[in-house]
Design a protein around this ligand. Sequence first.
Ligand code: ZN
Length: 280
Amino acid sequence: MIIDFHTHTFPDALAPRAVAGMAAAADMMHYSDGTAAALLASMARAGIDAAVLAPVVTKPHQTGDINRAAAEVNAAFQGRGLISLGGVHPDTEDPEKVLEGLAARGFPGIKLHPLFQGVPIDDERNVRLVEIAAALDMIVLIHAGSDPNYPGLDYASPRRLLRLLERVPHKKIILAHMAGFADWDEAEALWGAPCYIDTAVALGPWRRRDGQLSPARPMDGDRFVRAVRTHGAERVLFGSDSPWSDQGESLSALRASGLSDSELSAILGGNGARLLGWEG
Ligand SMILES: [Zn+2]
């Protein structure tokens, strides 16, 4: 089974405009229109069995609407094919109640994006969210490293992420983008930390909106293999960040990275199935 643990979709009415807008703002190529139907078609082409959706609540007042839409996806797919995390903002009112509600409705976890949400990951409000999620045994997928939408902003820097991990020991934290998008040197400090890391868009290729290769550097292949082996392949998850990469291309890059078959099968599905409780 192949699970893509890091994808994004948007409600049909908003998706094409939202994705095109973000692509323009960050000068990034997008590989689908961001609808669930487009993601499912892409999964079918790439041979991916299931995808985890990671909605980001950028304004506290959106919390309810985003989670209602996510609950509809989960009801429609019953945990097969597509499964959405929930969303919460550090300034969402009564986060304890929101997370308890998500857990009660069967959401496996939440997504945090410190840059889009405007709050550093080691801020007390985020520490509190992760503590609540940990108490509920929920997955916490966190954007890690820089973000092309916010050049120079360090809210999810490896240094801040380390501080969070020291504050809240929780084995179900996932640091996206090999623990530090485009901050590859600094992210080495997180290799071996007690958390999962995902592979989303780390290996590239990175393309600008016009299709040309971006001047920014994806993770070097040798460093990627060292990262997986230092961290432990049993705590690495395949992710594509669709629509910000082509899922098939992301899969090919991972398969060509030089990892063993057993490492690949753990990263592609075994670890994700275990984390979602789909095993056995
Ligand atoms: Zn993402």
